[in-house]
Design a protein around this ligand. Sequence first.
Ligand SMILES: [Mg+2]
Length: 248
Amino acid sequence: MHILSTDIDGTIYESDTDAEIFASGWTELSRSLDDTFLIYNTGRSAESVEELVGSTSLPSPDLLISDVGTTIHSEQITPSDWESHLIPPEWDRERIDDIVVNWIPDIERQPARCQSEAKISYYWHDAQIEVREQLSRKLTEEGLPHQLIYSSNKDFDILPPNGGKGGALRWVCESLGFSLRDAVVAGDSGNDSAMFELPDVQRIIPANAHADLLFAIKDLPSFQASGACATGVIEGLEKLWQDTCVSR
Ligand SMILES: [Mg+2]
């Protein structure tokens, strides 16, 4: 198998040109290798991805992980199986939200369309790592399982521990009988680091990646592309999959 799990914004899409570059590169690779599997792994909602795929050249994925690794869309997956894995009995989004807004004065809830049972989302500018660690300790003391994800120096998501782009990708691969060794991950910002931290995957970092991702994965072997966005991702795939690519 040749599995690509890629973020969308800033990774394969910033403009229509990026969408075209990704689409033509991916089509070429899929022709050369007959066992490719495309996963979009994004903070966007499923509706927003559907709209984007409908209005740009981006190809439809074989499977979609949306809302920062909290929802999975695939005919091969039973949603209730994923939900029972994702949401532990102790998950209590109301109590977590109460603690967060009382504890951090300058935090702002994202709009309702960005919230779900398994995702509590805020805008929190310049959140210091020490304060995030204190918050995590506080939630743990209160017996509230959680995972904190901070991205682009403003987006702050609280998810159940099994969620996130990495947790969802791992579960998808286990459920479909795929090996993480066959997976390549690509992303450009902090919420992608959980994919990069999975063992055995290969990793592509486009040249435009944010400092928060670079810092989080500084000790992991990765392909650092010279191209930005889609150009960099295709460059990485051609390099990592070259021994199995047959030129036609
Ligand atoms: Mg991104």
